[in-house]
Design a protein around this ligand. Sequence first.
Ligand code: ADP
Length: 378
Amino acid sequence: MALRVGVIGGGQLARMMVPAAVELGIDVRVLAEGPGMSAAIAATAEGDYHDVDTVLAFAADVDVVTFDHEHVPQDVLRALVEAGVAVRPGPTALAVAQDKTTMRTRLTELGLPVPEWAAVRDADALRSFIDDHGGRAVVKTARGGYDGKGVRVVSDPADVADWFAAVADADGAQALLVEELVPFTRELAQSVARRPSGEVVAWPLVETVQRDGVCAEVFAPAPDSVGRIADLAEEIAVRIATELEVTGVLAVELFQTADERILVNELAMRPHNTGHWTIDGATTSQFEQHLRAVLDLPLGSTGMHASAAVMMNVLGGPADGDLAGRYPAALGAFPEAKYHFYGKAPRPGRKIGHVTVVGEDLDDVTFRARAAAAHFDD
Ligand code: ADP
């Protein structure tokens, strides 16, 4: 009988696990938030992942439960574990990715390099952090942020008065996270995968470019990173995966500074946008690897097919909504490009797909990937 993986969340990350599962003969079942989700190409149940009974019923039919996002509440995760379900990554690891203050606390305890930070509960505490850090800082909501929502650069506590009011109203009165505004020279991401038995593998370090807090471009391997920076990034990510006992893919978002330091920004315990290039550019994609890892199967090679891979997100898409209308020109102009769309309707700023080009010359590959993706802009 085929191995069965249950994925909670019906977004594009669950969707992109499906082709890898098909090739390996693995059965993927999805618990989607509602109808018409990206991942509904697989066998899909619809239900609320906050509801213990819904999630237990979904889990009864699969060998292992994994995730498209990190939002499944801890009480639901714990109920699954108590019922004997294999949950990967497990609740203790996921808790670190679910809450940015918990994440900063754990990384600091592990002695890993992070921006200077504090948990602040009121305007006075925030004011004194801002004053101590050159008059500007980055404030983040601890939970629920994504794609830059929940991140603000501030110079005055009044800039986040609404967030203080919201957390004061919340049960358990959470704090806001404040960090130094890191003068980074570029952003990097290091993905690794770990299986329960402890094997860990790493893909090449990548450089990422964000626009308005959203990942826009990814370059693999990160230019000018051989040696110290790449080794350091891999060491950091392997250490985090091992110490936190992450199972599945772990993506570590990093800042590189002018003085050649590397600081950890964010963790994601699932396939990640900065790893989409692996579908076309690496022997084992992050989606296949995630399935292997959560099933505790031997991990695949992470080597690249060529010297460079560049991925461009398609953000928004055509204003007239006619995505397919752009296919003939785009596919015709760049037959070497690999186009991936997520079954999502175009909408300003929305991640609806990505394009990857793989080749030997980074400048050439970058030009082709950008031009191919631009066919879907307006
Ligand atoms: P999200 O969870 O929404 O992805 P992140 O914490 O990754 O939020 O932040 C989004 C982006 O904001 C980062 O990719 C980076 O460009 C910028 N950013 C976040 N934290 C800092 C910081 N401490 N200093 C400078 N820029 C930051």
